[in-house]
Write a protein that binds this ligand. Structure first.
Ligand SMILES: [Fe+2]
Length: 300
C-alpha cells in the first residue's frame, strides 16, 4: 500500500519503491539514505519551518560554490565525513604514509616546476625549504613520481582565495633518487572559509573554524596507490582541534631553523632558513583506478 501513509508506515513504503533499482549498489545506498534520513527526522521531529531552514541551508551551500569555492567539501570536512570516508577507504597499510583530506583548495593540473623552484612567487614570509623522498611499497625510492603540493601563505590564505597568480602550488617530479625539494614560506594556521553556510553552522555549534598549519601533498606513481595527505607543522595551536578532524600524529613534522645548509643535490645554502623534511611511502595499487588517473594525466 502506498496511500494513507503515516509516520509508522511511510518508511517501508519508500523502501519498497526503491527496492527495484537495477543496480544493486544504487539500491543499497538508496535504501540506506531512506532509512537513515527517516530516522533522523523521527529523532529530531523538525517543524516545517525547521525543514525549510534545512533546505535553505543546502540551497545556499550550492549557491556558494564556484570554481574556487567548494562549500559541500567544507561541509563534509567540518562534519568529519571526509575523514570517515578516508578511514574506510584507506585502512592501516603497513609502512605507507597515512592519508588525510584533499580539502577544497586543490587545483587540477597545477603548474609544473623544476626541483628547487621557489613557489612563493615573491609572497612575503619566512623562507621554507621543503624536502623529502618518495618510496614505493618495497621501500625503494621512486624516480619520476608526481608530487603535487599546495599550501597557505604566511597569513593563512591560499592563492585561489586571493584571486591572484597561482603560487605556493606546483607539480614536481622526484629525481632519480626519489627526492624532491622546493622553496616556499612557512604556512600559517587558517580558518576555513567561514563567511558562508558552513561558517554559520560552525558558529551555531560553538566551534572555531581553524586548521593547524600544513603543506598539502598529492603523490602518484605507476603501480602505487595515489597518496593524498598533508604534513602538519609541529607545535601548532590547533593540532588537537582541527576543524576538519584531519590530523594524524604520523603526519606531524618539526620545522627546523638552521643558519646554513644544503639542498639535496649538494648545493650549499649560505643563509638562515627554515626547513621541513618528510619522507613519503606509497602503498601498492589496490585497484587499477586508484593511481591510474593522475599517472595517465601526467604522461599525456
Ligand atoms: Fe589546507
Amino acid at each position: 500500500m502506498s496511500s494513507d501513509l503515516d509516520e509508522t508506515t511511510i518508511t517501508a513504503a519508500v523502501l519498497e519503491r526503491v527496492a527495484h533499482a537495477p543496480d544493486p549498489r544504487v539500491r543499497q545506498i538508496s535504501e540506506a539514505v531512506v532509512r537513515h534520513l527517516h530516522a533522523l527526522v523521527r529523532e529530531t521531529r523538525p517543524s516545517l519551518d525547521e525543514w525549510s531552514a534545512a533546505v535553505d541551508f543546502l540551497t545556499r551551500s550550492g549557491q556558494t560554490c564556484s570554481d574556487t569555492r567548494q562549500e559541500f567539501i567544507l561541509l563534509s570536512d567540518a562534519l568529519g565525513i571526509s575523514m570517515l570516508v578516508d578511514a574506510i577507504d584507506h585502512g592501516p597499510d603497513g609502512r605507507a604514509t597515512e592519508t588525510t583530506v584533499l580539502g577544497p583548495f586543490y587545483v587540477g593540473d597545477p603548474p609544473a616546476h623544476p626541483l628547487g623552484a621557489d613557489l612563493a612567487g615573491g609572497a612575503p614570509g619566512e623562507p621554507l625549504l621543503v624536502r623529502g623522498t618518495v618510496s614505493g611499497p618495497d621501500g625503494a625510492p621512486l624516480a619520476g613520481a608526481i608530487v603535487d603540493t599546495w599550501q597557505a601563505d604566511e597569513d593563512g590564505y591560499y592563492d585561489v582565495q586571493r584571486g591572484e597568480e597561482l603560487e605556493l602550488r606546483a607539480r614536481l617530479r622526484t629525481d632519480s633518487a626519489g627526492r624532491f625539494w622546493f622553496w616556499a614560506v612557512v604556512p600559517a594556521s587558517y580558518p576555513i572559509p567561514d563567511d558562508g553556510p558552513v561558517g554559520d553552522m560552525l558558529r551555531a555549534q560553538g566551534r572555531h573554524p581553524y586548521r593547524p598549519a600544513h603543506v598539502h601533498f598529492r603523490i602518484a606513481a605507476p603501480g602505487c596507490r595515489e597518496l593524498i595527505t598533508h604534513v602538519f607543522l609541529a607545535g601548532d595551536d590547533y593540532l588537537e582541534s582541527d576543524v576538519v578532524f584531519g590530523v594524524k600524529r604520523s603526519l606531524i613534522a618539526a620545522v627546523e631553523r638552521v643558519e646554513q645548509g644544503e639542498l639535496p643535490d649538494g648545493t650549499p645554502i649560505a643563509r638562515p632558513h627554515a626547513r621541513l623534511t618528510y619522507d613519503f611511502a606509497l602503498a601498492p595499487a589496490t585497484a587499477p583506478t586508484a593511481a591510474a588517473a593522475p599517472a595517465a594525466e601526467a604522461t599525456a
